[in-house]
Write a protein that binds this ligand. Sequence first.
Ligand code: GLU
Length: 493
Amino acid sequence: MTKEVIVRFPPSPTGYLHIGGARTAIFNWLFAQKTGGKLILRIEDTDVERSTEESIDGIIESLKWLGITWDEGPYFQSHFIKEHQAAAQKLLESGHAYKCFCTKETLDIKREEALKKKGSLHYDGTCRNLTPEEVSAKEAEGIPYTIRLKVPRVEGSVCFKDIVYGFIEKKYEDIDDFVIVRSNGQPLYILSNTVDDIRDRITHVLRGQDGLVNTPKQILLYKALGAPIPEFAHMSLTLDPQKAKISKRTHGELVAVHFYREHGFLPWALVNFLVRLGWSTPDSRDIFTKEELIEAFSLEGVNRANSVFNVNKNDPKFFTDPKALSINSHYIRNIPVEELEPYVRAELEKAGIWNPEFESARRDWYLATIDLIRSRYHVTTEFATLGRAYFSDEYQIEEKALEKNILKHDGLKNWFSILADRLESIESFSIEETENVIRDMAEELDIKAGILINGIRAAVTGQTVGPGLFDILIAIGQKRVVERLRKAVSFFD
Ligand code: GLU
């Protein structure tokens, strides 16, 4: 029987969940789903100074919003500090670790000398060979000590096969006798992370490429603790167009999952986009349903090459990667209207234009209107901005629409008023009838129908573009169209 896959997502709660972290979480989740394994959520909160409750809540909320489910946890690393310390104790007892009484000052001096001589910056091993008596004497004096792992000092190396990066080798001589417990008794992150992974019986460590520097040391820890070594798969980095690593520090909110939520992304569209950053199928397909993605996903498809995330700080409309927007718009256009509706509702509520009739008397109209206007939108916030005139009578005429489609044609002042009367007198306000009225009038006036069509669109929706005008008129309704055209006459005053 093959071993059950157990993976983990262990964020450090020192800020929001950013898209790089979300991508790692998604890969872990997909791998667990694909293999019928388990995903554990572990909050690595041992950095007390930087960890916050707010960040924990934010990360969990973002994961939930993305639809990432986990089978165990959240566990909190800080609850296991005693266990991490016990592991260090065990390493001392088994001779795999030693107490180092060197003070910070001594180490700094040695380091500086080594720097001058361009020698090795590694710990020189002064305390590695202390006799038990010497150790006891120093302890009796109350000299504080750190605990260091005894890296083999023979010729050899740590080797492993990373699922993404392939064979990796690190010579023992290039690995320092690294500290695993500070002199105040606090375990170092590298120890805590490893001990937690051992306890949680993690079979595959899937994490960002920045974790790769720790892997050889962690493998030494696994070996010293007599624990089975998991498989490792490191995910390539996500870079910005300037080839800088995407980070909270340089990109701020633009890389936060919650930013995408607030700016009208559908969760699955974001998942779909993020998974394609650094993972692909041989046919480079972009759009996957959840089931399709689980079916198609494999760690072998994870690319070694770093991916580029085209965030654009300076463009308020295309604030993010064009591909992310195009995937989002694909979902806005194509998911069942009923599925899209709650997101639209949230936007209308946020904008203060939600009308309870949309869920009762006007429900059918409301759903049909969403369906009519959605094809041009990239983000759901546009239902309340570009689409505002459909749901509310309080809307602005876009500057461009006013200038180009209304005020440029003086005649419209009169024509709007005549059109209002004629449209008002239509008995059955249908696509056909409204089209007849408008086209007949253009013919009568000997002008292009486009002048009337664009003028009316601008007046009744505030926009220069949108669905076909006759569909728009039916959606907005006879009474409101007539009122809006009459009001538009005053724009010329
Ligand atoms: N807590 C680490 C981070 O947030 C995770 C490291 C790991 O996956 O081993 O970067």
